[in-house]
Design a protein around this ligand. Structure first.
Ligand code: SAM
Length: 250
């Protein structure tokens, strides 16, 4: 079964608001890319435009958001009153962009959903101009092992281990796809979350892995969290997110 982004689309932004860390990473990436009017930025797997729209608000470049799920794009278009972004339904394996047209390609929380990562990286390389940059944001294997919901849903780590490869694996895959000057920053972002928010997130299956769990395990884990909420509304969990932020050049 593959995760259904069509189902989660209407609540995606509420369940996964942009964090301070996301905004800081976006700002740093744009400063480094030094984009000009007429440049093209492509976000692959843009979803509801959670990052695409803040990005488009601060860059002079033309911005395109590509996603395979029509309902995620519907949400994105509805938020883009000014029509600042070109939203296109398409695949990471066949981008709707000509050879060498893009200055920057961004993939945020997408590589864990791709079965053929090298093929997708090669496709991003095709659309980038000489010296163009790719930014890939994903979670590390340590993030998977220490994920704050593992105690409630033991299969999360089993499902996510193969989906979130090591920094070394991704670096070598980017190199195989023809990228150079590959740099990675690993960033730990701890956060305290109150139990009501955790229950809300889990009920909304805010990460795709929750849709891949055996149904009984999902129900029992959610029940345990709901019991915690009923016993003590002030209870908090600590979520440690460990990000791997890659930048690479053609
Ligand atoms: C976890 S969401 C992340 C969305 C967005 N990047 C963000 O951070 O809010 C992953 C998105 O990737 C899209 N996606 C998955 N596989 C794809 C593919 N092969 N080609 C294009 N988009 C894909 C999904 O439809 C979904 O919208």
């Amino acid at each position: 079964m593959s995760p259904s982004f069509a189902e989660i689309a209407p609540r995606y932004d509420a369940l996964r608001p942009l964090s301070t860390g996301d905004r800081a990473r976006l700002g740093a990436m744009l400063r480094e890319a030094d984009l000009r009017a007429g440049d093209l930025v492509v976000e692959v797997g843009c979803g509801t435009g959670r990052l695409t729209l803040p990005l488009a608000a601060v860059t002079p470049a033309r911005v395109m958001g590509v996603d395979s799920e029509a309902k995620m794009l519907d949400v994105a278009r509805a938020k883009d009153g000014a029509g600042r972004v070109e939203w296109v339904r398409g695949s990471a394996y066949r981008l709707p962009v000509g050879d060498g047209e893009a200055a920057l390609v961004l993939m945020v929380m997408v590589v864990h959903l791709l079965r053929q990562r090298v093929r997708a990286f090669s496709e991003t390389r095709r659309v980038l101009r000489p010296g163009g940059r790719l930014g890939v944001w994903t979670f590390t294997p340590r993030h998977v092992e220490e994920f704050y919901l593992n105690a409630y849903f033991p299969s999360i780590a089993v499902i996510d281990r193969p989906r979130f490869p090591s920094v070394q694996t991704l670096t070598s895959e980017l190199r195989r796809a023809g990228f150079e000057d590959i740099r990675v920053e690993v960033r730990d972002e701890p956060r305290r979350i109150d139990i009501a928010e955790v229950v809300d997130r889990v009920r909304g299956r805010y990460i795709s892995t929750l849709s891949l769990l055996p149904p009984l395990e999902y129900r029992l884990g959610l029940q345990r969290l709901e019991e915690m909420l009923a016993q003590d509304r002030s209870a908090m969990l600590t979520q440690r997110s460990e990000w791997a932020i890659f930048t690479a050049r053609t």
